[in-house]
Ligand binder design. Sequence first.
Ligand code: ADP
Length: 619
Amino acid sequence: MLKLTLPRKVILLFVLSIVPAAIGIIFCDRLEILLPAIFIVLLNFGFAVKMLLKAMGDFNEAIAVIRKISYGDYSVKIDTTRNKELEVVDVMARKLKDHDLYLSQRSYQTAMLKELAERISTSLDARDAMEIISGSLNKVVSYSTVSYIAFEKNDQIIFKCHLEESISRAFTEEIKKKMLDAFRALTDAPIADDNIKTVYFGTIFDESARDPVRSFFNLPMIIGGKLVGLINVASTKPGLYTEQEVAILYVIVEQAGSTITKIRSVLAEEMGKINSMLAAVNEGLIMVAREGDLLVINREAERFLGISGKESISTFDVIHALYGIFDFRGAMDQVLNSGQTETFPKIKVGGKHYKISASPVRNNKDEKHAVVFVFSDVTQEEEIDEMKSEFISTTSHQLRTPLSSMKWFLEMMINGDTGALNDKQKEVVTDIYNSNERIIALVNDLLDVSRIESGKMRPEPTPTNLVEFINSMLVDLKAQFAKRSQEFSFEHPESLPRIPVDPKLVWQILQNLLSNAAKYTPEKGKITLALSLEPENILVKVTDNGLGIPEFQKHRLFEKFFRADNVNKSDGTGLGLYISRKIAETSGGKLWFESTEGKGSIFYFTIPLAVVQPSAKVA
Ligand code: ADP
């Protein structure tokens, strides 16, 4: 229904009176028309007077409530219940809006509200809101002190008072008392005097000052229908605050409170949706703020960490549950420093395997303010993987002995130890020998993979002169390069320190990278092996000007059995790079590459100068 303001109602009555008045004037000689016309005009006049009287009554009622709460006029005992009282404040604020008083000050109030809304939207905390409001009041009124009292997180009460002018301690004590009286009158919460934290700031006290509190008012802060705090403005000067000013400030504080109430209820609704979504997710999710507060933990995470049912779960509980299994705090630092998603080695908790990844969460200022961890249960995949590895390992072992015997017999046949072969027979037997060699290479690769995955491949470092060692091993490979007329060079510093490495493992990586370079570089191509000394590593670089790796397949290069499309039917198992990278990592180094298809590739790996403790298991 259309709601009319007071001035509009008066105008309507005026219009409704003009018509009968005009009819009365025109038909003034006809009494049966004149008398009803006069009656209607008088009736409208009566309505107008009644409306004005009611409006004045409403206004006075609102002002009376303001006076009672604002000026601490508790001489009359509040006989309504607490909620009733708060309702009255609410009704009063709404009534104020209906009055000319509100209209005349609207632009001034709107400016103030806009500023508050902008600042409050960054915080939904009642105490922050009161801090913001009391900090802005100097633009509206003058005062000696502005103070607020509010509940802290631990149910303690804080009384914070800003001294704009030097006043005596007795002045602030009086303010504190007035505010606590008002607070106690309006809330059921028990407020013990020894549970009040007092904070003064602003200018210093003047103990010689004698001025008492001469003007003051309180503004209640209501959020979600509950009194959460009180703001007080006080001065040594008398009669400073008009009822109009106080009324406007009431509306401002009431609107700030209702803004927070609305935003909180929207947030609560959204959080409800997010929480039910999180509860339905199979992965364990944990979100921790940069400062360490636990922001989110879903049911699955609580369950596998064995902390479900605890009353309040903190980050400490998570760290404690993962102690000795996963360095939660270290992982957080790593993600906050790198600013990107990190994955961590799998962990085993309560007989189950979990894959862990963690990503930074940014706020609207693009600051990393939290980290979200995802724990995915990969027990089934892990079990299948273990079974696969076991199968491969057993069959490879079983195959190795007959394959070695075959190799031995084939060698004897080729050498003529079992009787002379004709050319055709020799050709066929040599083909069988080469195929057997390929199967032996595959079996060896498979055995290496299972050794790596079961954690049985452990570096055994001995002090080694790398340049001498590599030179001694290069003979076979040099023959391979020569066969394809490839130019090979080995570049290294004049002298390198002897470093503790496992030469077998270093050679396994190098042999794989160099034979790949030979395989995937056309005849007459160029291959370079270069060593350089870095502060903490030796950097090994294998460069070729061969086929290169297609851009769209680069991300798959270290997958088991992966071979790029451009290598066609050339020999290979797709296991060499996988094994090489794992060995480099187990030895504390890294392996990576750069490549342009059609131009060539550079493979790099690092060997740490210091001995690195081998990791228990590289998954
Ligand atoms: P394999 O060489 O037995 O196929 P690897 O794991 O050593 O297995 O290599 C995997 C794949 O990476 C190769 O099949 C090839 O596609 C690509 N690759 C490796 N090294 C090179 C290189 N130097 N140039 C071009 N492609 C390469």
